[in-house]
Design a protein around this ligand. Structure first.
Ligand SMILES: [Zn+2]
Length: 299
């Protein structure tokens, strides 16, 4: 089954809502990165959050969220566009902070992330990226919730989660995002929050076969809303040989000379693990290009 998100809007109630299922995506991430159970839960929650943040974007905009904590998982990066295309990676895919006895956070996501900051960078096709830094809270859900409410200053509610099976892959993953419409004075969000708290967590509902559209339907019972769209969510990497070349140029003359002396370079894309090979001839060409550009600058 394909992953997707659904978007609805309740105009009179002044709320928009997005719910998604990301089970296949999370398992693809787990397989690509050969993640431990903890790492699967961390990247699963983060990439689901990324997909939800992406759903708030206007077309051609992009968002990147970096969970930069001092915990054993290291940095966790997710990126999304407005079309449901997401990618992500984590530094330590072997991290294990499982806490079987703990009913809250059994996969040890909070401990794996540690303390630090969430750095969100939005490319809104302006001359500068729109950047924000908020503290890491208790796990991915709380961190993203704090970011949306504090940094974006829009009353929001987000919940992401995964259910792991015995083989270490997820049997369900997904999330929900509720947000007040700009000028809303209605207090529907508080009501929805209460209803959500009474329901099983989103990932449990998905695991039980309740699909995103049904979760929203149950949540919005008695509230008038319009069904806006259903959109697929999938892993797409934006890397290319050209982009890797640009990155090598940016690394500077000294680094390139070092790579040439080393007999070539293999660049591994953090996100999709595509390997880009550069032999000495390739690197010399890149160096020429770099030095050529420097000459132009001096004119
Ligand atoms: Zn890639």
């Amino acid at each position: 089954m394909e992953d997707y998100l659904v978007r609805i809007i309740a105009k009179d109630a002044g709320v928009r809502a997005i719910a998604c299922i990301t089970t296949d995506l999370v398992n693809e991430m787990a397989t690509r990165n050969e993640t431990s159970e903890t790492a699967t839960a961390v990247i699963g929650e983060a990439i689901t959050g990324g997909a939800l943040l992406g759903s708030l974007l206007k077309i051609k905009h992009r968002v990147a969220a970096k969970f930069d904590g001092d915990g054993p998982v290291g940095k966790v990066v997710v990126e999304s566009d407005a079309y449901g295309k997401v990618r992500g990676y984590l530094e330590n895919s072997a991290v294990n902070t499982l806490r079987d006895e703990a009913p809250i956070d059994p996969y040890g996501v909070q401990e794996a992330l540690g303390e630090g900051v969430l750095h969100v960078s939005r490319d809104m096709r302006l001359p500068e990226l729109v950047q924000s830094y908020t503290p890491l809270k208790q796990g991915v859900t709380d961190t993203l919730d704090y970011y949306l409410n504090q940094s974006e200053q829009v009353k929001s509610l987000i919940q992401v989660g995964t259910v792991l099976g015995e083989d270490g892959l997820v049997v369900a993953a997904g999330g929900i995002l509720l947000q007040n419409l700009g000028d809303s004075k209605a207090n529907t969000l508080a009501l929805l929050q209460e209803r959500l708290a009474e329901m099983p967590p989103i990932e449990e509902q998905l695991h039980n076969g309740t699909m995103p559209e049904n979760i929203l339907e149950n949540l919005f019972a008695g509230i008038e809303y319009i069904y806006l769209e259903e959109r697929p969510i999938r892993f797409v990497c934006t890397c290319s040989r050209e982009r890797v070349e640009k990155a090598i140029i940016v690394s500077g003359e000294e680094e390139i000379r070092f790579l040439i002396a080393d007999g070539g370079a293999t660049v591994d894309c953090h996100f999709c693990h595509e390997q880009y090979e550069f032999d000495v001839d390739d690197l010399e060409e890149i160096l020429e290009e770099l030095l050529g550009e420097d000459d132009e600058d001096e004119d």
